[in-house]
Design a protein around this ligand. Structure first.
Ligand code: ZN
Length: 122
């Protein structure tokens, strides 16, 4: 298993990457395409039941809520998608964030944490 941010090996059992401190998401919480364990792909279904694949970029906790930062694969769009993680029993689901100021704060945190790994257009 590799760190989603810095790409270095995660020691099995560790909850955080020892290199960059990013929380490790246990694989059972993320639906990975079969046979592609190396990727950071997340499969979500839209309201029409279509599968959409996202690249998982980051996991951010803000004011007690968990958010994921995703990049759509299919699209040419270079815009990231920020979704709130909702835990219902054992099920984890992602919902869109309606509050624009929350999205902006999370995106700022994401940029700050990942400025060494990504180049952002201004
Ligand atoms: Zn790392």
């Amino acid at each position: 298993m590799k760190c989603i941010v810095c790409g270095r090996d995660i020691i099995p059992g560790n909850k955080f990457c020892i290199y960059c401190g990013v929380p490790v998401t246990p694989s059972e919480e993320v639906s990975m395409p079969v046979g592609d364990e190396e990727s950071n792909l997340i499969k979500l279904s839209d309201e029409n039941g279509n599968d959409i694949f996202f690249e998982f970029l980051d996991f951010i906790n803000f004011l007690g809520n968990d958010y994921v930062v995703l990049l759509p694969i299919d699209d040419d769009a270079d815009e990231v998608v920020i979704l709130q993680v909702e835990q219902t029993g054992d099920e984890e689901s992602y919902t869109s964030v309606d509050d624009e100021s929350t999205v902006n704060v999370i995106f700022s945190m994401f940029k700050e944490r990942n400025k060494d790994f990504f180049e952002f257009e201004r």
